[in-house]
Design a protein around this ligand. Structure first.
Ligand code: PGA
Length: 257
């Protein structure tokens, strides 16, 4: 049994004060839901404050990105050594990083290796644009992204990863993938690629989230899919009540509530 994992990707929202109140507002309700891993991914400046608020609880903290070198003259970057002081997780290769900051599959691979070297769990994002989907190229595209991400990794390392399948056309648009589409890509593309490369045991262990316009109203259907092991939630994670509702729906869908 894979433990479902819900992560709130706050993106470039929330000052430290706002971050603290969002966590304080939702913390107890989130902790009351068992059987689901719950992670806050605040902007870097709010990470220490959030980590302090959740210290000693079952709530996790994730970075939204990081560089692959441990230290050095890389102005503006944050290293895995710094992230791991506060975080257990790190989002890697989000489509916004790929699109606006030019991250390649090779960069994603280096960041995953750096995270694993430091004991951080990578949440590895993959997903196609609308153009690729309309060209009928989704499977090939996502397969390539998965292969590029895991290059040179061992089965044991891959088993511990979290993937997030996030179709770009569904991110922030209010237009989520259908549960069937989410299930198809999570199961028959991402998990199938892992199975092909590393075998059934690793494929059954790896967790695969869906992301893209998850809301309280669609969470139960999306999370009921057998190959969807949770979600990466953007907009809805900025509202305490919405994120709590999504976590509750996930527990209900997976029968852990
Ligand atoms: P969204 O973002 O939930 O606002 O669509 C998801 C994401 O980008 O991780």
């Amino acid at each position: 049994m894979r433990t479902p994992i819900l992560a709130g990707n706050w993106k470039m929202y929330k000052t430290v004060a706002e971050a603290k109140s969002l966590v304080s507002e939702s913390k107890d309700d989130l902790l009351a839901v068992s059987g689901v891993d719950k992670v806050f991914c605040p902007p870097f400046l709010a990470v220490p404050a959030v980590a302090e608020l959740v210290a000693g609880t079952a709530l996790g903290v994730g970075a939204q990105d990081m560089y692959w070198e441990d230290e050095g003259a890389y102005t503006g970057e944050v290293s895995p050594l710094m992230a791991k002081e506060f975080c257990q997780y790190v989002i890697i290769g989000h489509s916004e990083r790929r699109e606006y900051f030019g991250e390649t599959d090779a960069d994603v691979n280096k960041k995953i290796k750096a995270a694993l070297r430091h004991g951080l769990t990578p949440i590895v994002c993959v997903g196609e644009s609308l153009e690729i989907r309309q060209a009928g190229d989704t499977e090939r595209w996502v397969t390539e992204q998965v292969r590029g991400a895991v290059a040179d990794l061992t089965g044991e390392q891959v088993a511990g990863l979290v993937f997030a399948y996030e179709p770009i056309w569904a991110i922030g648009t209010g237009l989520a993938a259908t549960p069937q589409d989410a299930e198809h890509v999570c199961g028959s593309v991402v998990r199938a690629t892992v199975r092909e490369m590393y075998g059934a045991q690793v494929a059954e262990a790896v967790r695969i989230q869906y992301g893209g316009s998850i809301k309280p109203g669609n969470a139960l259907d999306l999370m009921s899919q057998p190959n969807v092991d949770g979600g990466l939630v953007g907009g809805a994670s900025l509202q305490a009540a919405d994120f709590v509702a999504i976590v509750r729906h996930t527990a209900e869908a997976k029968g852990t509530a």
